[in-house]
Ligand binder design. Structure first.
Ligand code: NAP
Length: 536
């Protein structure tokens, strides 16, 4: 098997895989086609289980020489700068392989730059915390603190719809936290990820810290799940695949960012024109292929007609066509299967099609469906296409009940001029927090309920909590238990960490009077990482 050590690829649209700092050609190629024209826009070397194991070996080796925070931050800053320098090229790669309208692809490229910039800031800020032991009487006179350490190798699996920024969302926080990454981008859109890998290498990322594999998902996924050296799997994609991965990896930390069928409520006191304008933008951007795409709109009956009469002309005015055209608002969906499924769901609905509902050539025209049946797919499943439903409701409570009527709960929004209504909707929405529905007056969240959308963490700082692990510094002091200096008779060591020396060194009591675990284990049970928790 020929191995190339340079990041220069044979042709601009032919990419090899990055494993342990080498760009490898496996002899087997995967074609990447434009969802718009069907033309081949690139070829990528195809990986399997063997390359995945090699990538994990390389990541393990890399992590044996940890990169200090300042170096990690500098590399991340240089990647951000590279994304800035090659912004237009990056946007075109996204647009070509994903069929994303160029103007939306430019936004994605800019967002990836921000992702790296924020990660660089976070890399320098990572720190543990003091534990307020004297919050309980038993903790008086005791001192404890945690250190944040890299959790280990991160296995990252990303979807097609944001082929650059969702890859950036995985790589940048992991590297900021000091973790090596084995990435499997979507097979339909691997070119952006490989371009990003080139930028990482140009930025000075040493070999093994980032490995990129493209190939049969189950084969690569199986190795990531089964190999115990991979400590965290971060997955963004469909609910079915995500939950199966989680089931199969009970001993790993698994972050899931899954699907949604975003509901939005428009109350009678809202600015209806503003609401209709925002819905026309956020339901159809990138042909509705975003996890936060507006899908279901519930409008109070008093303003329903006005809302619909404003929305439909705006939707009909959206320009459908070639993603490379600067004017295009709505391009293709990712492939023929998706197109057929969406058209079938539109045909099956009992609602009235007010706009679109059919094809313009190979493209689905932006579709508005009025009052669909509650059990229609367009009402309860994730369409992931240029379709939104509008339903008249008699009250905000009815809207909340309908909004909650799916297995999803990633996010929602409300257009209202009443803060009281906004809070009521918030209290009634079964969501977890993310970044809220961009279009709405008020994004709704947070909530502890975990539904089919998963429970990963995108918000900038929070994303880092995945790849880091809270550990006490006493990990280094693995010695037998020694009697405390105050002369008390030592009882058996702590059941959880089998240590006492570090506490004694700090002239602290090692355990409570009944000889149970270190108080920290009880105080911080909520935050306990998998495996042992050590105490200062
Ligand atoms: P997908 O079909 O689930 O694929 C996502 C990734 O998983 C791809 O890399 C895919 O590889 C891989 N994969 C598929 N089967 C696998 C298996 N058995 N083991 C391991 N990996 C496997 O999702 P998609 O169609 O690309 O993306 C659309 C979905 O992502 C939507 O549901 C959307 O809502 C969700 N999404 C969620 C968020 C969020 O933040 N919550 C953001 C964006 C997208 P292949 O491409 O090789 O099949």
């Amino acid at each position: 098997m020929p191995v190339y050590t340079s990041f220069v690829v044979a042709a601009a649209n032919e990419k090899r895989l990055l494993v342990g700092g080498d760009w490898i050609d496996t002899g087997d190629w995967l074609e990447v086609r434009s969802p718009y024209s069907g033309d081949v826009v690139g070829r990528v070397a195809k990986a399997g289980a063997e390359e995945t194991r090699r990538a994990i070996d390389a990541a393990e080796l890399a992590m044996q020489n940890p990169l200090p925070a300042h170096k990690r931050a500098e590399i991340l800053v240089r990647v951000a700068a590279g994304l800035g320098r090659r912004h237009e090229e990056v946007a075109r790669v996204i647009s070509d392989e994903a069929g994303k309208p160029l103007k939306a692809a430019r936004v994605e490229a800019a967002r990836a730059m921000s992702t790296y910039t924020f990660a660089a800031v976070e890399a320098r800020k990572l720190a543990g915390e003091m534990v307020p032991m004297d919050a309980a009487q038993a903790g008086e006179g005791k001192l404890a603190f945690t250190l944040r350490r890299p959790i280990g190798i991160v296995g990252a699996i990303s979807p097609f719809n944001f082929p650059l920024n969702l890859v950036a969302h995985k790589i940048a926080p992991a590297l900021a936290a000091g973790c090596a990454v084995v990435l499997k981008p979507a097979s339909q859109t691997p070119m952006s990820a490989l371009l990003l890998a080139e930028l990482e290498e140009e930025a000075g990322l040493p070999p093994g810290w980032l490995n990129v594999l493209v190939g049969p998902a189950a084969e690569i996924g199986d190795v990531l799940v089964e190999d115990e050296r991979v400590k965290l799997i971060t997955f963004t994609g469909s609910s079915g695949v995500g939950w199966k991965l989680k089931e199969r990896a009970p001993k790993k930390r698994v972050n899931l960012e899954l699907g949604n069928a975003t509901p939005v409520i428009v109350t009678a006191d809202a600015d209806v024109t503003a609401a209709a304008t925002k819905v026309s933008q956020n339901a159809f951007a990138f042909a509705g292929q975003s996890c936060i795409s507006v899908q279901r709109v519930y409008v109070e009956r008093d303003v329903y007609d006005t809302f619909v009469q404003t929305l439909v002309p705006l939707v009909n005015a959206l320009k459908v066509g070639d993603p490379a055209d600067e004017e295009t608002d709505v391009g293709p969906v990712i492939d023929e299967d998706a197109r057929e499924r969406i058209i079938e769901w539109i045909k099956k609905t009992s609602g009235e099609v007010l706009a679109g509902g059919d094809l313009d050539g190979e493209l689905i025209r932006p579709t508005v469906i009025a009052n669909p049946g509650r059990d229609d797919e367009v009402s309860c499943e994730e369409v992931f296409g240029p379709v939104c439903t509008v339903t008249a409701v008699d009250s905000v409570d009815e809207a909340i009940e309908l909004a909650n009527g799916t297995r999803y709960g990633l996010q929602a929004g409300i257009f209202t001029s009443s803060i009281e209504t906004a809070f009521r909707a918030r209290a009634g929405a079964r969501l977890r927090w993310r970044h809220g529905q961009r279009g709405a007056d008020v994004p709704l969240g947070p909530d502890a309920v975990r539904r089919s959308q998963g429970f990963g963490q995108y918000p900038r700082g929070a994303a880092l909590r995945g790849p880091r692990d809270d550990r006490g510094p006493a990990r280094r002091h693995r010695r037998p238990f020694v009697a405390p200096r105050d002369g008390r008779t030592p009882s058996r060591p702590c059941r959880r960490c089998d240590r006492g020396l570090a506490l004694r060194r700090l002239d602290l009591r090692d355990r409570d009077r009944r000889g149970r675990d270190h108080p920290l284990h009880r105080v911080r049970r909520r935050d306990r990482p998998p495996g042992r928790l050590a105490v200062a």
